[in-house]
Structure formats: structure tokens, C-alpha cells
Design a protein around this ligand. Sequence first.
Ligand code: 0O2
Length: 211
Amino acid sequence: MEWKPENENEVQNWEEVVLIYNSALKEIGTKLEILNDEFQHVHQYNPIEHIKTRIKTPQSIVKKLKKNGYESTISNMVEHVNDIAGVRVICSFTSDIYRIAEMIINQSDIKVVSVKDYIFKPKPSGYKSYHLIVTVPIFLSDRHIDAKVEIQIRTVAMDFWASLEHKIHYKFEGDIPEHIKNELVECANMISDLDARMLHLNEQVQELVSD
Ligand code: 0O2
């Protein structure tokens, strides 16, 4: 599914959209890096393993708009697609996820649009992750714009599962055979057990070290 801008004006508008969302990714990326550095300074520990950012391709934006019954216009993209700018934050432990989410939510220039806790309530596929849609102000030469960013926060293990499941989903064009689906759910449960054990192990180590 391809999006073809109809005129020069639309091309310019799309370029402006990309400029704004790229700026939003920089803003959120910097905020996360500062929080991670501060955490290292105060607690001698980094809650964030790594951060990935991406701008959704025009093709997947158009696909999402079509799925939700909207025409492919720039204003529909900005209004109805919440994840044009996406940040994925990968942490070691489940407890870090909530800590990071809280630190982001509490920043005075951030507005929370929605929260989806797929850790508390995983998707039927087995998918687990914490999703936040926020707006961050972008200051341009003559105005400011509140740009939407989707922040997905998950553990390394949850990320391992999600990236394999995403590839499998793509290979079968969304029609995954039942036995593979069941195995994916089983693996997701194993990953939850592993995350819980790793967290418990880390807590035990912290207690021993602080004695
Ligand atoms: P991509 O290619 O990652 O960008 P909304 O975004 O709120 O308007 P939606 O799609 O219902 O509507 O939101 P949801 O369910 O919170 O999912 C948003 C994103 O989470 C998806 O984006 C995926 O990145 C991820 N996700 C959700 N469910 C699954 C799942 O079952 N498996 C995997 N691997 N990832 C999932 P996109 O746009 O679908 O794809």
C-alpha cells in the first residue's frame, strides 16, 4: 500500500510532519537519557538497557488509516495515527518499566494521551509491554506544537518475544497457524516466569550487597 502525495504542497506538509516528529523523538530520547544518567548517579544503576526510535513509514500510516476507515490525508495522519513517532525503551526488570513510565508521566511539559498496560493485561497473542501515548511540546521559530509520541516500555525478554512474534506475524501475513500461536503464548508465559525470577534474583542480590 503506497502513499503518493498529490501535489508539491502535500510533499512540503509531509516533510514538516517528519521534521516535527523527528524533533519529538529527540526530545523524548534526551529526557530518557537524562533520567537514566540521574538514576546511575543516585542509585549506581541504569534502568534502561537501550532505546530505539523510529518514524512510521507512510505505507504503514496509510494501512492504519485505511484499517480505521480514514482517508489518506496529512491531517488524518496527524489526528488519527498516534504512533507516527515511536520510542521503544528496553529495561532489565519489570519494576524498571513502571519506574520509567512514572518518571516520564511526572514531567511538567508532558501530557499523557493514553496508557495501555499490556503487562497487567497481556494481549491474547501473549504480547506484553507498557504503552504510553504522550505529547511533547516542540518549539519552532514562530509557534509551538504538541507532538504525539508512542512510548513502548518492555523488558529485554519481552522484546525478544515481541520481535520474533512480529517476524512470524509478517511471514504468515497475520494468519499464524494455530499450533504456532499456541506455542507463542506458551513462550510468552515462560518469559513472564523468567522476568519474575530475574527480578527476585536481583532483589536478593541487592539485599545481600547492602548488608
Ligand atoms: P508497528 O509495525 O510496530 O508500528 P493505536 O496505535 O493505539 O492507534 P493499536 O494498533 O490498537 O492502536 O495499538 P496497540 O494495540 O497498543 O499496538 C500498537 C503497537 O504495539 C503495534 O504497532 C506494535 O508495535 C505493538 N503490538 C501490539 N500488539 C502486538 C502483538 O501482538 N505482537 C507484537 N509483536 N507487537 C504488538 P503496529 O502499528 O501494529 O506495528
